[in-house]
Design a protein around this ligand. Structure first.
Ligand code: SF4
Ligand code: SF4
Length: 286
């Protein structure tokens, strides 16, 4: 029997809306089924606020957001897309209130926070050096503000719709994650189980030292800057756009878009990582 849907408030901060666009591309299930049907037997979500997707704009839309937390405290899931500017209130406002203030307040009343995309998870591109706006991810913001609420990161630039669906399904079935469910970067281990490199179709080329030296050539893309050996993501399995293609299959190196130090560490994107860079890179957070 279908229970009461879990209300979802989707809050957009400093980002490009690419994660929302990616979610609209969800294929299995598609976005209609995701929002209207059961995600797992008996459990579903209802999207109560999403500035890009909802019908109302301006004041009527803000009036919906202003209801939270209010009487809904403890009864909704907060999804955050985009990094949070902290250096000055005017670097990001929603309805005239600073994004950081809104985000912390909404998180305080939520049953949990899902940070979608690398920006909301760790700061991402808005926090790239020299980070003039002082952007941070939700986990860091809530640490600074002393807000104690479970946070799950679902990074990716953008996030893959499957990663969002799998994370929400996990939360619906199991509730807040236990510490052992998360890796050192705050992601569900079940959703980010392997390195791209582990399952890459060009792995055989890597193992025998057959490296591409030009884009479009056959062979492993490591010499062209591929960060697959340092990036946890199951892109080789799910691929993108409903399974049409993905970075490496299209001949483009993995740029490490799911990792906490993206984009500063993988840059320059098309340069092979030195051994020293690799050693102090992503694996240090596991
Ligand atoms: S293309 Fe990248 S992920 Fe694939 S085997 Fe080469 S280095 Fe690893
Ligand atoms: S292959 Fe790498 S850069 Fe491409 S989407 Fe997956 S994790 Fe991101």
């Amino acid at each position: 029997m279908r229970g009461k849907p879990l209300a979802v408030v989707w809050f957009q901060a400093a980002g490009c809306t690419g994660c929302s666009v990616s979610l609209m591309n969800a294929a299995y299930p598609d976005i209609k089924d995701l929002l209207l049907d059961e995600i797992v037997p008996g459990k579903s979500i209802t999207l109560v606020f999403h500035a890009t997707l909802m019908g109302p704009t301006g004041r009527p839309a803000l009036e919906v957001l202003d209801r939270f937390p209010g009487k809904a405290a403890g009864d909704y899931l907060l999804v955050v897309e985009g990094a949070i500017p902290t250096r000055h209130p005017n670097f990001g406002r929603v309805g005239e209130r600073p994004m950081a203030e809104r985000a912390a307040e909404l998180a305080h009343g939520a049953v949990g926070v899902v940070a979608v995309g690398t920006c909301a998870s760790y700061g991402g591109i808005p926090a790239g050096a020299p980070n003039p706006t002082g952007c941070v991810g939700m986990g860091e913001l809530l640490r600074r503000e002393g807000v104690d609420v479970p946070v799950v990161n679902v990074p990716g630039c953008p996030l893959h719709p499957r990663w969002f669906v799998e994370t929400v399904a996990h939360l619906l079935v199991h509730g807040p994650p236990r510490p052992e469910d998360l890796d050192g970067a705050g992601r569900l281990r079940a959703v980010y189980p392997d390195l791209v490199h582990d399952n890459c179709p060009r792995r055989g080329d890597f193992d025998v030292g057959r490296f591409a030296t030009d884009f479009g050539a056959e062979g492993c893309l490591y010499e062209l800057g591929c960060k697959g050996p340092y990036t946890d993501a199951n892109c080789p399995y799910h691929e993108w756009n409903g399974g049409v293609n993905w970075c490496i299959k299209a001949g483009h190196p993995c740029i490490g878009c799911c990792e906490p130090e993206f984009p500063d560490y993988p840059s320059p994107l098309f340069r092979k990582a030195s051994a020293e860079e690799a050693a102090r890179s992503y694996r240090s957070v596991r």
